[in-house]
Design a protein around this ligand. Structure first.
Ligand code: NAD
Length: 343
């Protein structure tokens, strides 16, 4: 256990382990936030940070986020995350060694892809441990690219928020990447009008090919639409953008959309309905979880569709208890974990 308690993001983590190998030249952290509901599951991020402490902070924040996402999705999994902040020249050897270090945790942590990691990396990890997901699926089994299932979860949530149909409604989509593009396809198939922004020209072009109008990336949040869907990076809902948001509803896949806790209150004060990110973007981890547990592909879609009624329950709880939707979601998760700890 490394000294992580003094980090402001520590939040009662069960364990934080330094991983890596000096000779191979790689280094990182595995953070295990909570295992009350099952082994801690969350991907491995490869990123450059200005300081090692920043890598630790990111691992802690992401790991805590996985506890909340997995618990809300009613998966038999806790929350954890790995961050590799220094990658050696022999990438395969680094991931094999990392796999051995995951194995040494005896199943308390299950890894998968996150930003910067590839399927080839997961295959290297799998040579040393079975506690890994995100490897191409076998016929009939769940697995593979999680983004179509993430998009489906966001899509069914959007439909529910718009009263059951997107026909003729205008949706502003920020980011037409893996999730955003799949979402755009589902929306156009059911007759929605799209306004899309992306800083990547080729991703924007493929959205245009679906018939989407476009908006500048720095103005998409202010487009007059029935719903705004952030599917790019986090912290897009902040003190600068919230006063300019024109849509009455926000529902998208991006992780950590609220820059600060206060931004949830800002949206509420403006009368904007915010669908908490980790409630609606759980389709990918639902897919990964089924893969890890060796379940058939058919179980996944029903679980992903269940995100929509779950979201409506969270919004009802928020309204009834005068909380922001994010606060209501957090409270539901904390109760679920406390109940699991008692049993
Ligand atoms: P991606 O990298 O494939 O797509 C992101 C897209 O956003 C890219 O096309 C990028 O060019 C664009 N973008 C970046 N900055 C932008 C800006 N300022 N304005 C407009 N567009 C911008 O990533 P993804 O897998 O589609 O994930 C999108 C979001 O959803 C991320 O926040 C991710 O953490 C979250 N998420 C993804 C999954 C999944 O299954 N892939 C699951 C849960 C959450």
């Amino acid at each position: 256990m490394i000294e992580a308690r003094s980090n402001p993001a520590f939040d009662g983590h069960e364990a934080v382990v330094a991983v890596g190998d000096d000779a191979l030249g790689f280094a990182g952290f595995i953070a295990i936030h909570n295992t009350a509901l099952g082994p801690a599951a969350g991907g491995c991020r490869i990123w450059n940070y200005a300081r090692t402490e920043d890598a630790l902070t990111d691992a802690l924040r992401l790991s805590r986020g996985m506890t909340y996402k997995n618990a809300m999705a009613e998966l038999p999994l806790g929350g954890g995350k790995a961050v590799i902040y220094k990658m050696g020249a022999d990438r395969n050897a680094c991931f094999e060694t990392f796999g051995g270090q995951v194995e040494a945790l005896g199943g308390r942590y299950i890894t998968a892809e996150d930003v910067g990691a590839t399927v080839a990396d997961m295959r290297a990890i799998a040579r040393r441990t079975a506690y890994v997901a995100g490897i191409p699926k076998q016929t009939g089994q769940a697995g593979g690219d999680p983004s179509p299932m993430t998009a489906l979860g966001v899509f069914v949530s959007i439909k529910a928020l718009l009263g059951g149909s997107v026909q003729g409604r205008t949706i502003a989509v920020q980011g037409a990447g893996a999730v955003g593009y799949n979402l755009c396809k589902l929306l156009t198939e059911e007759g929605a009008k799209l306004v899309v922004a992306d800083v990547n020209e080729s991703n924007l072009e493929r959205a245009k090919a679906l018939g989407a109008d476009t908006a500048p990336a720095d103005r998409i949040h202010a487009v007059a639409a029935d719903l705004f869907s952030p599917c790019a990076l986090g912290a897009g809902l902040n003190a600068r953008t919230i006063p300019e948001i024109a849509a009455p509803i926000i529902c998208g896949s991006a992780n950590n959309q609220l820059a600060t806790e206060e931004d949830g209150a800002r949206l509420l004060a403006r009368g904007v309905t915010y669908a908490p990110d980790y409630v609606v973007n759980a389709g990918g981890i639902i897919n990964v979880s089924a893969e890890y547990l060796g379940e058939p592909a058919e179980v996944v879609e029903g679980r992903v569709r269940a995100i929509a009624p779950r979201l409506l329950r969270v919004l009802e709880t928020a309204k009834a208890e005068n909380l922001t939707p994010h606060q209501a979601a957090d409270r539901i998760v904390r109760e679920r974990i406390a109940a699991a700890k008692k049993n």
